[in-house]
Design a protein around this ligand. Sequence first.
Ligand SMILES: Cc1cc2nc3c(=O)[nH]c(=O)nc-3n(C[C@H](O)[C@H](O)[C@H](O)COP(=O)(O)O)c2cc1C
Length: 218
Amino acid sequence: MKILIAFATGDGQTGRVAQRMADLISGAGHALVLANLMVGPQPDSGDFDFTLVAAPVRYGKHHRAALAFCTANREALFARPSAFVSVSLSAARSRPGARREVAKALSHFIKTTAWVPTRIFAVAGALLYTRYSPFLRRVMRFFARLADRETDASRDYEYTDWPSVDAFTRELLASLPLPAQKAPALSSALESALLAPAAPQRLPDAYQEAPRPPAIHS
Ligand SMILES: Cc1cc2nc3c(=O)[nH]c(=O)nc-3n(C[C@H](O)[C@H](O)[C@H](O)COP(=O)(O)O)c2cc1C
């Protein structure tokens, strides 16, 4: 299968999640394109059998590059199986308030793009203080304090649950048709058949009619 993973990322964590999924999917033998929606030409979802979009949440909304891609590709996305991966700090917490935040961001995403993905996965991101500007570091410390998160801004904190990322990807792989047989396997099978010493032929058996299986009635 030809699979597209298209992602947007502010500080890199969604990129890491997308890369991890890409490694698992291409390792399973599928043809995979990993596209950063913030650089280079935009991919066309119509060129793929399956599209996964990944985006971080910022100020309650998913990254605008992902919103724009999903809106522009809505028809192609609806026509095939798809998945959306939402990366946020709210997904790191199990409190009802945090769950509501995740649901609110997802509902905004669906309303804005008018696309409903086949599967949705919300996963925790990271607090990457050392990458933020001094101003953003102060803002993020403020929000972290409100959310009972780490506030020591001299280091970064990763909350991503990698085993659950792997589990979601495996589940997704299990739902896809098997990848096409790779060319090298086919050519080596042909090669060994052609190079094998010719066995003496016994034609009569080959022409016997195979016994018919019993008829099955429902
Ligand atoms: C400016 C900014 C705003 C954010 N706003 C939210 C938010 O509203 N809700 C939330 O759950 N997480 C929020 N986060 C946390 C990000 O979703 C989290 O850090 C994620 O890992 C970012 O992914 P990225 O590194 O791919 O950008 C925010 C982070 C930043 C830097």
